[in-house]
Design a protein around this ligand. Structure first.
Ligand code: FES
Length: 331
């Protein structure tokens, strides 16, 4: 691979990453495309923890900024000769998935190094892996590792209209440990006994649409699962309301930065020339985290855990805002 530094209108600092090229594309369904990326010189790529994702620079948007989307890695994780992602086309999205679906073999693609925010807990006695639709991608990576290391696991896969990406591969890997559901309702009817009938020390990993993830979180709490044993990965935040204007006071520099409605705190800081590391700009990757020293936070990200949000001493400025008129940052 080629280690690279990338600076763009969407990045307030140079980001280390990899410069790869497309080696294969496979249409898994009319809307899901599998893409393989490899080092143009044929060298092996950095190993990653199961459940890791990469941030892909997906061309530029209408505002001239580089679009960056996070995609889970689905392939083998130890010194792989390629990285693989599977992407559902979202025609109403920001254009990143369309960019991926238009890639051709040989096209160059710049990505971040793999990042882990959904790793398996190696001391878990049993793993319950739950996937909804394209949320199967990090779950597939967990399954590969569980099979390789002979860990105890079961998989619950919810998909509609016969459109289950990677279903055949999962069947081969899981055998009788895979249960499929053809609708969210069918899954909800069946899941409570699954939650109640688990050995102590079981961990659950869930990736799918917010409705499925939130519902399962509620059911797991009701069934007595400690929060530390339930791990979530959402697809990304949906459309956010523009929010009320507020002032960000930068404690160390003494600057006051006005954040208008419809403008993110990250954008407001950048317009003042203040560099903030960032990648996804969607509240998913955790890269833009900033320390908060005063004021309430309206957390809108999918990265911080509940305890971190309750502590209120940090926020993701790409999506989160002040809950009042003023916020103090340790900048
Ligand atoms: S840039 Fe990814 S969470 Fe803010």
């Amino acid at each position: 691979m080629t280690l690279m530094s990338e600076a763009s209108a969407g990045s307030a600092r140079a980001e280390p990453g990899l410069y790869l090229s497309v080696t294969d594309t496979i249409e898994l369904s009319p809307t899901v495309r599998h893409v393989r990326l490899a080092d143009p010189a044929g060298r092996s790529l950095p190993s990653f923890t199961p459940g890791s994702h990469i941030v892909v620079a997906c061309g530029t948007g209408p505002d001239g900024r580089v679009r960056r989307n996070s995609y889970s890695l689905t392939g083998p994780s130890f010194e792989p000769d390629h990285y693989a992602i599977s992407v559902r086309l979202e025609e109403s999205g920001r254009g990143g998935s369309r960019w991926i679906h238009d890639l051709r073999v040989g096209d160059p693609v710049s990505i971040s190094t793999p990042r882990s925010a959904f790793a398996p807990v190696l001391t878990a006695r049993h793993h319950v892996l739950v996937a909804g639709g394209i949320g199967v991608t990090p779950i597939l990576s967990h399954v590969r590792a569980a099979v390789q290391w002979a860990r105890s696991f079961e998989v619950h896969y919810v998909f509609r209209d016969g459109d289950g990406p990677h279903l055949e591969e999962l069947l081969k890997l899981c055998g009788g440990r895979l249960r499929t559901y053809d609708s969210g309702d069918r899954f909800r009817e069946s899941v409570d006994p699954v939650l109640l009938d688990q050995p102590i020390g079981t961990h659950m990993y869930v990736c799918g649409p917010s409705g499925l993830v939130d519902d399962l979180a509620t059911r797991a709490r009701a069934a007595g699962w400690p929060g530390a044993r339930v791990h979530y990965e959402h697809f990304g935040v949906g459309a956010l309301d523009p929010g009320a204007p507020f002032t960000a006071h930068l404690r160390r520099s003494g600057l006051d930065v006005a954040v208008d409605s419809g403008v993110s705190l990250l954008e407001a800081l950048e317009s003042e020339g203040i560099a903030v590391p960032n990648l996804c700009r969607q509240g998913v990757c955790g890269e833009c985290r900033l320390p908060v020293t005063g004021g309430g936070v309206d957390h809108r990200d999918l990265y911080l855990g509940e305890a971190e949000k309750e502590a209120g001493d940090c926020l993701m400025p790409c999506v989160s805002r002040a809950s009042g008129q003023r916020l103090e940052l340790d900048l």
